[in-house]
Structure formats: C-alpha cells, structure tokens
Design a protein around this ligand. Structure first.
Ligand SMILES: [Ca+2]
Length: 186
C-alpha cells in the first residue's frame, strides 16, 4: 500500500511540475525590434522617432545598438514610440533598460535638468485619452530597468509605448534606451 501511495505521489508531483513549467512560460514581447538591432543607420525599424533621436552603436544593454536620446536647453522633448491596437480593460506591463553616461564629450554626458522615462499613452483614434509614466531617471546612471503598467481605459483602441526625454531650462546630457518589452498581463 505504501508503494502505491508513493507512485501516486510521484505522478502528482510530476503533474504539478508540468503545470508550473507551463504557467511560468515567458510571455511574448509585443514590441517589434525591441532592442533597436534592426534599422537603417539612425532609423530603427518599426519605431516612430521624433526630435532627432537616433539608433546608435555606442552604448548598449544588449546586441550592438540602442536608442540615443538627449536633453537640450529649453522645453523640448524627444523620443520614440510603437503603437499596439488594444481594447478597454487590457492590461500591459512595459519595461526597458536606460542609462546615462558619466563621461564628457559628444554622446557621453550625464543627464542634467531633464528627465528620461517610459510612458504608456492611451488613444481613441487620433485623440489622446490619458497616459501613465514610469519613474524618471535624472543624472548619470548605469543600465537600470524601469517599469510601468496600466490598463486601457474606456474608449481606448490604441496603446502607444513611448520612451522619452523631457528638457527644462539649462538641460543637457545623453540617454540610451535598450531591450524594451511589452507584455499583456492577465
Ligand atoms: Ca540593443
């Protein structure tokens, strides 16, 4: 009887193992070209870029390329985005790596008087409904993972995943974004 019981326990344990392995399977990254590896010179495939941000092979978290963003004196902002069709009630987790070098010279300066962050913007057609942002990086930092999560509000049909630097008076410095990921949460 003890032997049969042990076999039943072993089968149950195996079933639990299979179940837990399938339930922790990594969720698919909904972003295309999340590490900026694909592109033509400064233009990253699948990303909308504004304000002059560029794909650059200088500092990177993974692969050979990252997105170079920067702050400038004034009230500018610049960054890149990718859109995903959505429906109200859909929850997303948006993560990514960010760094600002603590050196001097072109492309290598720490962020001063500016902020760098991830943002999810909700749209109905072309109308922006609302947005939510991650914590901000200010000043120099080694590669650091930021995260923001949010649920599509009533009326939303598009989610825009944005990496962005905002500037203020006296702002300067360089920011790199890499290895971004969007997953749909249950
Ligand atoms: Ca990369």
């Amino acid at each position: 009887m003890g032997k049969v019981y042990a076999v039943v326990l072993a089968v149950a344990a195996a079933a639990i193992l299979v179940f837990s392995q399938s339930s922790v399977k990594a969720a698919d990254n909904l972003l295309v070209n999340p590490g900026f590896e694909s592109g033509t010179e400064v233009n990253a495939d699948n990303w909308g870029q504004w304000g002059g941000v560029e794909r650059l092979n200088e500092f990177k978290h993974g692969g050979d390329w990252a997105l170079h963003d920067w702050a400038s004196d004034g009230t500018d902002n610049r960054g890149a985005f990718q859109d995903i069709n959505t429906a109200p009630g859909t929850k997303y987790v948006f993560t990514g790596y960010i760094m600002s070098p603590n050196e001097s010279g072109m492309h290598k300066s720490p962020l001063v008087a500016g902020e760098a962050f991830l943002e999810i913007e909700w749209f109905q057609g072309d109308a922006k409904l609302s947005s939510i942002k991650s914590d901000s990086v200010k000043g120099a930092t080694d590669w650091k993972q930021l995260s923001v999560s949010g649920t599509a509000p009533d009326g939303a049909d598009k989610a825009r995943f944005v990496v962005k630097v905002t500037s203020a008076a006296g702002a300067s410095g360089d920011i790199y974004f890499d290895d971004l990921e969007v997953t749909q949460a249950k």
